[in-house]
Design a protein around this ligand. Structure first.
Ligand SMILES: Cc1ncc(COP(=O)(O)O)c(C=O)c1O
Length: 324
């Protein structure tokens, strides 16, 4: 069985709080979770690998962009669990042996490349099935991991449980923050948090800062994920969907690309707290928090920023980070 989740620290960030006009700010240091540069995916991957092992798999297969934090975390956790890992990566994201791709290599991952550019293109399924067939032909037992696809509710449930840990951290410092802010790609983390905080009886809003999908797509998807995850856990969703507030003003100039606001956010976190963010996920989450003070989060209020990891990607954005 995979090792149990290790609690991650909740750090106070007083200088960053003051710079944002907040009375108190905490950073939930999910970047310190588990293996291979950590991140919000580690709790999800532990559940996914437990399911794969229970099904007798010896190889996990998944697909994403070439610099995917999820793929890198899956590769590291699979190595730790003694499972083979096969990644189908999108060539369009760049093939430079850097950042997460370099780590995939270090973790001994098998890599195939696809020319498909849209992760939802049905052609991807055929390519994954071909990899699974090749594993079977070698006598192996493959397990396909489709995040957010079939695995969505299971992955969101990891953060429903993670929210209980966060609620306990907050109780220990006698805090009831106005908001918990997190970057949203698939929004499985944000959905799980909204459900888990509801269950824990905390009134904090979850502010999901979309870095990829417009709200017209993300909102109905989140409502569905919350309902499916609640059903999987046997919980009542109560007001979980309403407490999740999504924003789309940080997506520009596009997924995987730094913005001026995220560049400034990375520099602000570094200079006030010695905290390392990246400009495409956590930097955009902090920029989203800054933009929301006085609106979703009252000026002089309090918040938690979930540091969802992503440090390996920072170094690919070096030229955008250097002050011009
Ligand atoms: C560093 C980082 N933060 C946040 C996210 C978003 O997580 P979710 O897909 O659960 O919304 C991701 C997703 O890849 C990520 O890599």
């Amino acid at each position: 069985m995979p090792e149990p989740d290790r609690p991650t620290p909740l750090d106070a960030a007083p200088r960053l709080a003051a710079a944002l006009g907040l009375a108190r700010l905490w950073i939930k240091r999910e970047d310190l979770a588990g293996l291979g540069f950590g991140g919000n995916k580690i709790r999800q991957i532990r559940l996914i690998l437990a399911e794969a092992k229970a099904a007798g798999a010896d190889t996990v297969i998944t697909t994403a962009a070439s610099q995917s934090n999820f793929c890198r975390a899956l590769a590291g956790c699979a190595a730790r669990e003694g499972l083979a890992c096969h990644l189908l990566l999108r060539r369009a994201g760049g093939m430079e042996m850097q950042g997460n791709l370099l780590l995939d290599h270090i973790f001994g991952t098998h890599i195939s490349w696809t020319d498909v550019t849209d992760p939802w293109d049905p052609a991807i399924e055929g390519e994954l099935e071909a990899i699974a067939a090749a594993v079977r032909a070698r006598g192996g037992t493959p397990h396909l991991v489709r995040l957010p696809g079939r695995t969505a509710a299971l992955a969101a449930s990891a953060w429903a449980h993670g929210a209980a840990e966060l609620a306990a951290d907050l109780a220990a410092v006698d805090a009831r923050p106005d908001a918990v802010v997190v970057a949203c790609g698939s929004a499985l983390t944000a959905c799980g948090l909204a459900l888990g905080l509801t269950r824990a009886g905390l009134s904090s809003r979850v502010v999901g800062v979309s870095v990829q999908q417009p709200l017209a797509r993300l909102r109905p998807w989140c409502d569905d994920v919350i309902a499916r995850t609640a059903a999987l856990l046997g919980w009542l969703p109560r007001d979980a969907a309403e407490r999740l507030v999504l924003t789309e003003d940080q997506i520009a100039p596009g997924y995987g690309r730094a913005s001026e606001a995220s560049r400034e956010a990375v520099l602000l976190a570094g200079r006030t707290e010695g905290l390392v963010l990246d400009p495409v996920y956590t930097g955009k989450a902090l920029a989203g928090l800054a933009a929301t003070v006085g609106k979703l989060v009252p000026s002089g209020g309090s918040a938690v920023l979930l540091h969802s990891g992503g440090a390996p990607g920072l170094f690919l954005h070096a030229s955008e980070m250097v002050p011009r």
